[in-house]
Write a protein that binds this ligand. Sequence first.
Ligand SMILES: Cc1cc2nc3c(=O)[nH]c(=O)nc-3n(C[C@H](O)[C@H](O)[C@H](O)COP(=O)(O)O)c2cc1C
Length: 318
Amino acid sequence: MNNFWKDLASRWKIVALAPMDGYTDSAYRQIVKKINPEVICFSEFFSADWIVHSKFLANSVLPHHITEKPLIIQIFWKDPEIFRKAAIIIESYWVAGIDVNMWCPAKKVVQSGHGSSLMINVDTAYRIIEEMAKAVKIPISVKTRLGYADTDNLIPFAKWLENAGAQLITVHWRTFKQAFTGQADWSMIYELKKNLGIPVIGNWDVVDFDDGMNKVENLDWFMIGRKSFWNPWCFLPWKIEPTLWQKLDTMKEHAKLLIELKWRKWCLEARKHLAQYLHSFPWVKHYRGELVRVESFENVEKVLEEIRNDFKDGKVLI
Ligand SMILES: Cc1cc2nc3c(=O)[nH]c(=O)nc-3n(C[C@H](O)[C@H](O)[C@H](O)COP(=O)(O)O)c2cc1C
């Protein structure tokens, strides 16, 4: 058996980039890994059905750059047979592991029996993991929540998945029903870890590496999602405030990667990603307004140059 997750977990606490639809694409993963090569990146979620039925689509999202390795691809669907077939295809792209999305709360995903709804369709959830684990050598993991309506089934559900062959579980601190309410309380995830033999990642609202280390306790790792948008340096074990120049250089590099990887779609992607970097900047509205209108690489360079000129040594010129 491939002990990828257990071997990694035995080394030290490791930080992971959370799977985020529309964000954790190859370009962003390369940016994050350049800053800290130790980060384990999870891809955005892809439909398993899509991967099975469209070679073209599979070929557009599964190939990745060597620096992104070891890469975990996340998929969602509900039919174990489709998951099995998708797993075989994904494995052939030399990825390190496959993560099953039992997390997604989106109405149309849940109503059609995918994502979070697998927490209450436990037989299907079991068969999905079992079929995939039998079909491929790379490890299968699951990202899920504290529960569906309440947290009573967290431990039995996770053990159920472990018995089916899951080799890692990531738990996001929220139930499906909680939507976006409530205060993060990691105690249930710590309790879960005591009951499982496989590594567990905790996820919710980690700001940076230090914060993650304070929260991780008996867990194997922590995952950072949204906070990395404006600070991909948050994954470093030492606190670093990137200088303005570092940020601008990274923005430019990100735009170049998007051009390379997304062709005609790059511009829409660049508008979304680049504006995120300026989260807490002075005059952010003004620069954001310019970035969300860029139509060429020259436009991007012009905005970055304008920011450079408006600031000196990282200090605002007012
Ligand atoms: C824009 C966006 C897209 C997301 N897409 C996914 C996804 O495709 N798969 C998944 O398991 N979680 C997804 N998530 C949830 C994140 O992986 C993570 O669980 C959540 O953001 C909480 O972590 P954070 O507080 O560090 O951001 C998404 C979150 C955001 C903000």
